[in-house]
Design a protein around this ligand. Structure first.
Ligand SMILES: [Zn+2]
Length: 265
């Protein structure tokens, strides 16, 4: 295989997990999964009945070699007061940065890719500054969104039939590490955005001190659930390749996560 960011073919192995290797590109340092699962197999998994279903059991859900992977992904999320408070803080960071960077006509037309149960959409709906829609590959969490009166659709971004330059903002929180082809995905996000449109993304950060200290035991090393492991540098390279310019890239002191706001060039 060749690195998707720099085309280098040399890699060193970092960790072996469940028949997959996590490897680092010797050209640009990008960390990714080897072998890369087939796109069909991945999409079948995310579209299947066993992903995103609260408390669902993957072993009840048919075949495919991916059926054993999602134990952490689909573990029952407990929406207690603390989780909600944390989520409000996390989403609030993005919404305030987006509002600050936005120069278009209000309300901001936004699509949340990989919206899940609609946690972000629910917050946006209560904020008059956004006109938000969400999409997800999995039908189960979308049922929850519809119950909350949220505007959602099933499928990938490219399946939505959106016109080019028709949206002001794309949010992709905890999404890009899962997608089969980040360059194609960000390319499509770029296409649907107006010139100067905004991208907000959140991904695990492999070069964070907490990730380094955890070494091979870092819980985000979970191929094939997570396929790509970014750093500020490698995410910057991805943005450059897909027509974006970074406005803000930061991490938390205690949480190995990258927060990115970028603008369509
Ligand atoms: Zn590379």
């Amino acid at each position: 295989m060749a690195c998707i960011l720099c085309k280098e073919k040399g890699f060193s192995s970092l960790v072996e997990v469940g028949g997959f290797s996590v490897v680092r590109c010797s050209g640009c340092g990008f960390v990714c999964t080897d072998p890369m699962p087939a796109r069909d197999e991945l999409e079948e998994y995310y579209r299947g009945p066993y992903y995103g279903h609260e408390g669902s059991a993957p072993e009840q859900a048919g075949g495919g070699e991916l059926k054993s992977i999602p134990t952490r992904a689909i573990r029952k999320r407990r929406y207690n007061a603390l989780t909600r408070a944390r989520m409000r803080v996390q989403f609030g960071w993005f919404t305030s940065r987006l509002k600050r960077a936005f120069t278009g006509k209000w309300p901001m037309r936004l699509i949340d890719v990989g919206c899940g149960q609609g946690d972000l959409l629910y917050l946006l709906k209560q904020d008059g500054d956004f006109k938000a829609r969400g999409i997800d590959l999995s039908a189960v969490p979308l049922m929850h969104c519809r119950k909350l009166g949220l505007d959602v659709g099933l499928g990938t971004l490219s399946e939505q039939g959106l016109d080019g330059e028709s949206l002001d903002t794309v949010t992709a929180l905890n999404l890009i590490e899962h997608v089969h082809d980040p360059i194609a995905e960000l390319g499509e996000m770029n296409r649907v955005l107006v010139p100067g449109g905004l991208l907000a993304a959140r991904v695990p950060c492999v070069t964070h001190i907490r990730a380094r200290m955890s070494g091979i035991n870092w819980d985000q090393f979970s191929p094939p659930r997570h396929l790509w492991y970014f750093s500020p540098e490698t995410f910057g390279r991805l943005l450059q390749l897909t027509g974006f310019e970074s406005v803000h890239v930061s991490t938390f002191s205690n949480n190995p996560v990258l927060r990115i706001i970028a603008i369509k060039k």
